[in-house]
Design a protein around this ligand. Sequence first.
Ligand SMILES: [Zn+2]
Ligand SMILES: [Zn+2]
Length: 323
Amino acid sequence: MKALMYIGDQQMEVREIPKPDGPFLVKVLGCTICGTDLKTWKQGHPYFKPPTILGHEFYGQVERTPEETGYRPGDYVVVAPYGECGECEMCRSGVPELCENKDYVTTGAFCETVEVPLSFVERGVIRLEGPDYVYALTEPLACVLTALDQLEIRPSDHVLIVGGGPMGTLAAMTLLEQGIAVCVGEINPDRQAKLREWGIPCDTTDAWYAKEKFDKIIVAVNIPALILEAVNKVRSGGKVHVFAGLPSDTVLPIPAKALHYRFVQIMGCSGFAMPAFRRAFAMIKKNPARYQALITHRFPLEKGQEAMETLAKGEAFKIMIEP
Ligand SMILES: [Zn+2]
Ligand SMILES: [Zn+2]
């Protein structure tokens, strides 16, 4: 089968590799590029050593299955790239996102066919009514919901999202749907225009920023200085969420006064657990058109390199790779 391989140093290449041969196979119809994929392509990643197949936000069609799963070849599905065990210490202590015994699909999904371990099918696969590519966004939305849960947002909260990339935008869309006052801070004028087109308030003027007060701030840009700024800016008693990943050796200079005298809480998360994945699926199902708008580009597998370059230039929100 064909696979779009990340071969290191900002290089993607389509290679012929052996097709998986497990009992449950999914033919990938589309997989969106995640910020993590882009970061890996740009600068490498400790978990994803080249040559490897990236991509984990995908939907597809069952290609092979034993009868007992209840699926038939041809069924459309969205698949969680991993899922918690439900039994380990982390799962039992209410942090399933940190499960120590996760099940994973066997490879990345920038390829023609992905194997799902049989033991994970019941938990990790959701049936679709038809071939709708929007469901590739289930995984990123699940990650966003995890962050919003942590922030315990109340109806009266005023929320600032720093960064109007795909994750910041998904967070804004979700909060707006719940009637929460939200604003996105985004400096790229093209992105600002898109956000406004989608009915998402965004503003970056200094005067506006100086007068606004925020109960919760989500930092969805990987710039440490913006986290410090958020800590200083958030209302006393408010919360700051470090949602964008930073290099693992980054140390944040947080003023103790903010924590001790101003009761500011700082938190962060990455990934999701299955309840959030299922909620994300239900949310997209309720309003697919709204989420579809986020997938601004679609590229065939062969143009994977061009897709990465387009995303790196900031010209797209979500790009889908279609094998
Ligand atoms: Zn992702
Ligand atoms: Zn677990």
